[in-house]
Design a binder for this molecule. Structure first.
Ligand code: NAD
Length: 258
């Protein structure tokens, strides 16, 4: 029986790339995230047909603890087990600290940090019972270093790196690992919003805004593709990575080497 991976925020961007990459390696997939129901169903059936795996959609607003518990129970019931949890869903909001709206701070923390905690606490008892589990948290270069105007995001991403270490330590005696992937820039809708905002604010062409954004932080001046994050997940799920736990793996074009 193929192992089952639940990927949060897999209706778009990196999560979708991870879901497709894992499906291409034969993992059964549970997708999750917001979006148009018809588009989500098209994605679900496309993954199932293209890769000949089981694929189910389980709705869940990860900012709600009770929905997270229900989502794990639903996924367990539909798929038989949840062996792999990939906490990927995330949002962004930018403002200086002294201008940062409190409700935006809370929304970013709820989505980018608390959601991973709610789902981890719900799935771990099943993993402990099975003596098998892999949790991968999609953090960010902002889990390791900071940028201006991203107080909530940087705090949440540093927080998820801490959560990763605690989950790894608490489960180290079992066949359960927990790691964080720290991507630099990956071209997804979340980043496109930042490029468009920069282009509008500075009154420059979108292409120029894209180059400026990359040049500021990422020495190789090249976006990663969502599938590249998926391939790093494939490694972390492999037997070769059974001793990799409680750590961060960067895929950031040299961002954090500076
Ligand atoms: P995206 O906006 O393309 O996708 C985000 C996904 O999360 C969507 O499927 C959305 O529906 C889902 N989502 C948002 N709020 C949710 C909620 N409350 N409950 C359930 N699902 C929810 O974003 P992306 O760029 O693919 O980012 C994915 C992850 O990767 C995020 O955690 C982000 O912080 C991280 N990341 C992205 C980059 C990048 O450059 N794109 C870099 C580093 C880290």
């Amino acid at each position: 029986m193929a192992k089952v991976a639940l990927v949060t925020g897999s209706t778009s961007g990196i999560g979708l790339g991870i879901a497709q990459t894992l499906a291409s390696k034969g993992y059964d997939i549970v997708i999750n995230g917001f979006g148009d129901p018809a588009a989500i169903e098209a994605e679900r059936s496309n993954i199932a047909k293209t890769y000949n795996v089981r694929c189910e959609f389980v709705p869940c607003d990860i900012t709600k603890a009770d929905e997270c518990t229900t989502a794990i129970e639903t996924a367990q019931a539909k798929m038989g087990s949840v062996d792999i949890l990939i906490n990927n869903a995330g949002i962004q909001f930018t403002a200086l600290v002294h201008e940062f709206p409190v409700e935006k701070w809370q929304a970013v923390l709820d989505t980018n940090l608390s959601g991973a905690f709610y789902l981890s606490r719900a799935v771990l008892p099943y993993m402990q019972k099975n003596d098998y589990g892999r949790i991968i948290n999609i953090a960010s270069a902002h889990g390791l270093v900071a940028s201006t105007q991203k107080a909530a995001y940087v705090a949440a991403k540093h927080g998820i790196v801490g959560l990763t270490k605690v989950v790894a330590l608490e489960n180290a005696k079992q066949n359960i690992t927990c790691n964080a992937i720290c991507p630099g820039w990956v071209l997804t809708p979340l980043v496109q919003q930042q490029i468009d905002a920069r282009s509008a604010k500075e009154n420059i062409p979108v292409k120029q805004a894209e180059i400026d954004l990359l040049s500021e932080k990422q020495p190789n001046v090249r976006f990663a593709q969502p599938a590249e994050i998926g391939e790093l997940c494939v490694y972390l799920l492999s037997d070769a990575a059974r001793n990799v736990t409680g750590t961060t793996l960067s895929i950031d074009g040299g961002w954090t080497a500076q």
